[in-house]
Design a protein around this ligand. Structure first.
Ligand code: AMP
Ligand code: ZN
Length: 120
């Protein structure tokens, strides 16, 4: 399993930095975002260090499917899948990615603001 010594999310996955975990399996962990933008804001993160969506290959297709299913499963468990939620994957500078270990934001648990944060 590839891990990065200096990566924040690898450190969380290795339990070197604390986080509030809400989901774990062999390939994926999820924990609460430290700066929540919704009543529920969790990050679904592959255990393997993958920098961004740009580093994904065909071999990651099943893993990405399981990442979405894990997030949707959590929304269902928490009781807000039907009322709705948002999945977001920021990528590189224009996408405002700040942690370069790719992750899926799950936002939900209440009405979210519309729009995508585009500048025009
Ligand atoms: P992004 O900007 O899409 O790369 O998302 C990175 C997210 O990680 C942001 O929403 C941050 O609030 C969140 N974050 C940063 N540090 C931590 C941490 N130590 N524990 C949990 N979430 C964090
Ligand atoms: Zn990492």
């Amino acid at each position: 399993m590839s891990t990065d010594k200096n990566c924040l999310f690898c450190k969380i996955i290795r339990r070197e930095i604390p986080a509030d975990f809400v989901y774990e399996d062999d390939e994926i962990v999820a924990f609460r975002d430290i700066n929540p933008q919704a009543p529920v804001h969790n990050l679904f993160v592959p255990r393997r260090h993958i920098e961004s969506a740009n580093a994904l290959t065909e071999e990651d297709a099943a893993l990405m499917g399981r990442l979405v299913l894990a997030a949707r499963g959590h929304a269902a468990e928490q009781g807000f899948a039907d009322s709705g939620f948002r999945l977001v994957m920021n990528t590189n500078a224009h996408g405002c990615q700040t942690v370069f270990h790719m992750h899926l934001h799950l936002l939900g648990g209440g009405q979210l603001a519309g729009g995508f944060g585009a500048t025009r």
